[in-house]
Design a protein around this ligand. Structure first.
Ligand code: ASP
Length: 306
């Protein structure tokens, strides 16, 4: 059974991916095409052009792609001047012996593969970033900015409740292959060069067509410490139900007592056609898109808790 699960921000590209899956397209190609629409949509305030800059006002994007049949992975992190970073991660998977490129090297590879140099900082994102920063800095810091120590600011201007999210797509295609694709601008006002979980295989995403696929949004600093997406797929391999596999991952997250702790959203599907989206510790309502081939149209549903 063909199916597609994605988070609420996927709306600009969800139907594109559904149509491609319906026509028998490969899951990764269908998801990369859908997510490219999300990355270009300025109204989605967490990914691509609508996303948020790092602490010094630069846009840096993260993305990951995994084919659960071959377990091939491509990922890019902290990429400047490039909007279609999920497609770039796919190019890494297809054309390099590596799994991940970051920063200037990722941008160099983008140029080699014919990607445009994009204008990535939305004027409204720039305005919000600068207003926020001005509130947090002393006149002396402002005068010397950005040649000041940034680490003290990372505690004060991190604004996790307002400005995090990622687009995640998880699909099962006509060939019964499972796959996952992620894309994000990461935490707003992050330290330059910071990678979240979205490009980290095993943390922000994982897929194995024999068992299942998982992807996480929100606090990457927690899912990286737990290897959350891999935990879920490994638990499925060990015979857990999807419900119990996600429960195990939530237990692991809740065992963390130090470091930055906040909300996580887990999206998971299994090879039997089940899906589960769990909101761990976020106070706001979390919604997601779901479609499978028994349904006339995709539905926006509300995530549960464990
Ligand atoms: N998980 C992403 C990160 O840590 C952000 C998010 O999904 O909110 O960069």
């Amino acid at each position: 059974m063909r199916m597609l699960l994605a988070n609420a921000e996927a709306w600009p590209g969800f139907d594109t991916t559904v149509e491609l899956l319906k026509n028998g397209g490969a899951g990764i190609d269908a998801m990369v095409a859908g997510i490219a629409k999300v990355e270009r949509e300025a109204k989605v305030r967490s990914v691509g052009y609508g996303g948020w800059p790092n602490m010094i006002g630069d846009m840096e994007f993260d993305a990951g792609v995994m084919d659960g049949t071959t377990r091939d992975v491509g990922a890019v992190g902290a990429v400047p001047a490039t909007l279609p970073v999920a497609a770039l991660a796919h190019e890494v998977m297809k054309h390099l012996p590596h799994v991940m490129l970051t920063g200037a090297g990722a941008r160099r590879f983008a140029t080699e593969r014919g990607f445009a140099v994009d204008d990535t900082l939305h004027p409204d994102s720039k305005r919000v970033w600068w207003e926020r920063l001005q509130k947090e800095m002393s006149p002396e810091q402002l005068a010397a900015f950005p040649d000041i120590p940034l680490a003290p600011l990372s505690n004060t201007i991190t604004d996790p409740e307002r400005v995090r999210d990622t687009t995640v797509f998880l699909a099962r295609d006509a060939a019964e292959g499972l796959g996952v694709v992620t894309s994000t601008s990461g935490w707003a006002w992050k330290y330059p060069g910071r990678l979240g979980d979205s490009p980290i295989v095993g943390a922000g995403f994982y897929a194995d067509s024999r068992y299942g696929a998982a992807a996480c949004t929100h606090t990457g600093e927690m899912t990286m410490r737990c290897g959350t997406s891999r935990s879920i797929v490994l638990a499925l391999r060990l015979g857990y139900s999807l419900e119990d596999a996600v429960k195990l991952a939530v237990e692991e997250l809740s065992e963390l007592k130090t470091g930055f702790l906040a909300g996580v959203v887990i999206h998971a599907i299994d090879a039997k056609g089940n899906h589960k989206v769990v909101n761990y510790r976020n106070e706001e309502e979390i919604r997601y898109w779901y479609w499978d081939e028994r349904m006339a149209a995709p539905e926006l549903r509300v995530a549960g808790t464990i």
